[in-house]
Design a protein around this ligand. Sequence first.
Ligand SMILES: NC(=O)c1ccc[n+]([C@@H]2O[C@H](COP(=O)([O-])OP(=O)(O)OC[C@H]3O[C@@H](n4cnc5c(N)ncnc54)[C@H](OP(=O)(O)O)[C@@H]3O)[C@@H](O)[C@H]2O)c1
Length: 332
Amino acid sequence: MIVITGATGQLGSLIVASLLERVPGEEVGVSVRDPSRAADLAERGVRVRRGDFSEPNSLADAFEGATQVLIVSANELGGKAVDAHAAAIDAARAAGAERILYTSHQGASAVSLFAPMLDHAATEGYLAETGTPFTSLRNGFYATTVPFILGQALTTGEIVAPADGPVSWTTHADLAEAAAVLLADPGRFDGPTPPLTAPDVFDLQDVAGILTKLTGRTIRRTVAEDDEWAAGLTAHGAPEARMPSMQAPDSPRRPILRMQRTRASSRESARTTCQVPSGELSSTKMASNGMPARRKKTRDTTPATRRRRRRLGRKRLTVRQVNPNAVNSTRQ
Ligand SMILES: NC(=O)c1ccc[n+]([C@@H]2O[C@H](COP(=O)([O-])OP(=O)(O)OC[C@H]3O[C@@H](n4cnc5c(N)ncnc54)[C@H](OP(=O)(O)O)[C@@H]3O)[C@@H](O)[C@H]2O)c1
């Protein structure tokens, strides 16, 4: 049986839906905090059990008989997130799961200045140490995040945000389909996957251009100073500790994980963690040559950047390459 957690959440529910197109309902189980919200799945023959990462006994019941468990990362941060994921991993192993899948992030890194990336890296490290075969789905940035970044742009005509780089915004539906494909074909990908992303990248200047075309109104991109922008956010209630530029580089955020923070530029860090060594791809069925064919040219593709990419010899994997028949492509 394949057990999926977070099946009443946005990504988990789409993974279950996509998996049910590939395997019979009787082979699928869900672990949810509120089974009444999964009644429709029970009607389709899916085993619905209550499971909460903070209650190990509930997980033992929810994961019973699982050959694979897919853990959807909890919407928590820091020690709470890592503890929750570790509890789920422990429970999956205790249930005898032969493979554990985890929804990580394309930027998972122990030295990222973006807090959730530390949690994903720590969870991947914990998984790797267990010795149980695992697949860490390095999901791209959710396309659903873009409207939050835009803020009041449609009213003010201005996207105000710090300097940014190109991002391959990816839909939940595409990521869910990639997860379902890998669940239905266990072992097809072992360990951390290459980044699972849409094929095209856009920076906020590009987004401003798209909005201008869509609305017929000029939307400008304005680059805000990091500190000014962070101060604005904290003034509106965002916790200061979440602001990268305000954190000490050696802040002991995760003593149990012995993480080290560095002053690496977040842009540089994003670039290197968004790519994987080509060697990682070469032994897999999903390997592809070169960057996605339709990779959009942006300000980031300067000759220096291209030289650096060539030097690193890195490649990326699009969701479409996991499943070339994907219907929910985020191609524009
Ligand atoms: N790739 C990205 O850009 C990106 C962006 C934001 C977040 N994320 C990560 O991706 C995850 C999934 O995204 P999403 O959009 O599906 O979020 P979501 O709709 O909030 O789903 C999160 C799921 O985790 C479950 N959950 C939370 N705490 C739990 C616990 N203690 N025990 C068991 N289950 C628990 C929730 O259960 P309930 O249904 O009962 O609430 C929910 O089903 C997020 O939780 C976050 O870790 C990724």
